[in-house]
Ligand binder design. Sequence first.
Ligand code: AMP
Length: 191
Amino acid sequence: MLNIVLFGPPGAGKGTQSQKIIEKYKLQYLATGDMLRAAIREQSPIGVEAQKYIDKGQLVPDEMVINLIARELDNHHDVHGFVFDGFPRTTVQAKKLDEMLDAKKAPITIMLALEVDYNELLARLLNRGKMSDRSDDQDEGIIRGRLDIYNKTTLPVMDYYKAQGKYRGVNGMGAIDEVFERICQVIDSCR
Ligand code: AMP
């Protein structure tokens, strides 16, 4: 199995690049942000709870996203592998993911970290806010808050994978296809 954690701050291009990766390598896409937004649209109990955090730009509790991922891992057998987008975002989540994948004897292959300058991230997110109705992209204060949370809470996840020798940094600046080319080179070198 080819299991990829696609890592990077909000606005780094994880969603865009994930779509290209799953198409080329025939992998299953698992994005906790998408799952949570779907739950909010349905106004399910999880969605109602998650919305309180998402609207403020805060992370939802670990247990909530861990349960969502556990359910999806159980739902998808016979796949070539997974692309995790937006998960794990804390070291608690990263450890739990390792436990779940160990049980399936299909560990994470690599963590691809998209690297993009702060000002470029801010510009991309403000622009995305104009084009979509994502509640958390509408306000510059909330966007800056999410980037702060990334730096404080999510960046340590990088060290977690570095310690396992699985971290690969990829320059996420430039055209979508250029970035994808860089990603493919890294994936192909790991297979
Ligand atoms: P995303 O679409 O990945 O940017 O996620 C949107 C929002 O959903 C985040 O700002 C968080 O509030 C929440 N979220 C998504 N994934 C996670 C996660 N792994 N841990 C905690 N909160 C998450």
